[in-house]
Design a protein around this ligand. Sequence first.
Ligand SMILES: Nc1ncnc2c1ncn2[C@@H]1O[C@H](COP(=O)(O)OP(=O)(O)OP(=O)(O)O)[C@@H](O)[C@H]1O
Length: 732
Amino acid sequence: MKSVTTAAGRSESATGADPTDPTRPTDPTGPGRPYDPELRAERGFLDDARAALRRMHADVVDTETPLIGGEDNDERFTNESNLRARWLRAQSLVDLPDVPLFFGRIDYDAGTVAEAGDRIHIGRRHVHDEVGTPLVIDWRARVSVPFYRATRTDRQHVHRRRRYGFSDAADLTAYDDEILDGTDTTAGEAGDPRADAFLRAVIERPRTGPMRDIVATIQPEQDDLVRAPLQPSICVQGAPGTGKTAIGLHRIAYLLYTERERLRRGGVVIVGPNRSFLSYIRKVLPALGEVDVRQTTVEELLGQTGTANAVGTAGTEDPRAEQLKGDARMAAVLLRALWTYVGTPAEGILYTKGSNRYRVHDYAVAEIVESLRGTTRYAPGRNSLAQRIAHEVLVLMERRGESPDDRVQNAVARSRPVKVLVDQVWPKVTPEQVLFRLLSDAAFLELAAGTDLTEDERIALAWRKPPRSAKSAKWSPADLVLLDELTDLIERRAGSLGHLVVDEAQDLSAMQLRALGRRCRTGSATVLGDLAQATSPATTGSWEQVFEHLEMHDTRLVELERGFRVPGEIIDFAARLLPTIAPALGRPTGFRSLPGALRVIPVTSAGRQGFLDSLADACRNALGGEGSVAMIAADADVDELRAGLLDRGLPSALLGGADDAMETDRLVCVPAMLAKGLEFDAVVVAEPAGIVAAEPRGLARLYVVLTRAVTSLHVVHAEPLPAELRGAATAG
Ligand SMILES: Nc1ncnc2c1ncn2[C@@H]1O[C@H](COP(=O)(O)OP(=O)(O)OP(=O)(O)O)[C@@H](O)[C@H]1O
């Protein structure tokens, strides 16, 4: 573990060592050492707070939830909701053994905040004693804001900011004070070296598994986004490691704190690129006390509801077809395809009641059909047509002096002749039938495409080998999105989500964004991504378009360029790809510099064995440091490379298998496709040229892969590096 160089200057009980480092040398009598009275007092306070939290938890568990009598649906629903609310409350009060209960303290000027006292311990949730006196204040409370925002020039009534260091077992081991009130005459105005050193220590603390929260060190530019109001929707374009994912997760926690009632009704969903990513972030929200947020992928979200649920999916498909299926033009094509099922009547109807007969002519039915076209969704349109025909019959009845009422109209609408006519003119269809026909019948596709698709595009879109029927079709993920659109065109989908957080949003197609937007028609969104990391063939390429497809218009775009994960030496190397993959984006900067962090290792010895030897050496070297290590390679090469490493005495886990792959072994083999959003202390990249060659946007994939390392990046290559990276650095 590194030791922090603190700012020279006065600190009341501060340590000269890394406050996050439990292993630093101990002088038992020195400041911040085990016998330092201030440290002992803080530890005592932590024990009291823990005991108070246990009591709060016990209170919730021991108190019976009052149930209302009766067995009807409403009563059952109310009882179930109350039980669930209590269960959630109990869960949120569980003292997680490895999560410190508080992480900071601010001392306000006397009399600034009466209710909690002038000294406030800030933690992940609120803790109070038996009489209700707050011991730990939730980081999301307004009174906690100066912990993140106060500076020497704008100290917001705070004279001391204290940060705590904890061991992995959440024991309080140190603290570090920053004096803001001007009495620290040696502290410089430029930046805040003490805070920077603390942040650096936190970032460089070795990783052992899933992502950690950053609640103790949220930076002002991040805090601004975390605490932004529910509306407008925000979009964060950020370079790798600027904290977008962290911001999204903390923002959810913040919004659930400030808008819980509003959001509870619709719910909050976070959408990530794949299961490995979701597994990586799964512990952050529970650590922040939020256990009721759904974390899912687009495919799961779409597959879970609607007709797509029942169908099987075929894995990947041709990138050109995938791109076209994700294109916004498909919305118009599907709309046209669906409405071609509505035809003109061959004849009218004859409705008989007793000895009376009422005729509605074909031209009258045709007029009704035309007046409904474009004014209704498809399925309710069928009902409207039946009702309008029935209305015509009623008019004829009235002309004959009868006085039929609504019940008669309903009976006519449900009568056999009307049903037969509606089925003929406006047949029932399923999304699968429409899409099956579209992808397997060239003439139908041409009709539906109008001028929206060229002939080439139609050929690329159509199935090479159509399945026998809609029922036996294996739908690809891109097809599922089209089915979702059709489902909504047939019957409007209720979009009731309160808030949607979309991570790695640069990869979503227009059609996927439309599907997400539909589920959040009255809610708002936090959209996170980096256009330079867009690897999907169907990417939309601009944030304006992303919001357009989401159909959200009240929006704010923010760009972040200060990267926390990747040292400057590595980000500068990776950023050489930017002029090619995303020329319009600003150049990212690294918050930290780490000389020697980058090693480019050309393999000159002939043959695969030579390459594997060098790769194994690089992995061994990386494993010599602390924390997690990833070997990242083109998907098709991973198994072979992993076996080669095993032969050389380096066992590893394979990412993409078990959910906890990142927790079981220090060395993890990662297919390049799954690297997005993840990070490791050290990364060994095997053969960049192979990663680039594997897919159309291979250079962007390489950019993603090169920006996963916190401490060291080893690039092992036998083939030439991409031109942009040549001559950058050599093996150190
Ligand atoms: N304020 C912070 N304090 C401590 N660590 C931070 C802070 N901001 C970011 N980090 C760390 O930097 C790393 C990158 O964060 P995150 O994954 O949120 O970035 P990102 O912008 O989503 O990256 P990418 O685009 O590469 O997926 C994480 O380890 C995160 O914990």
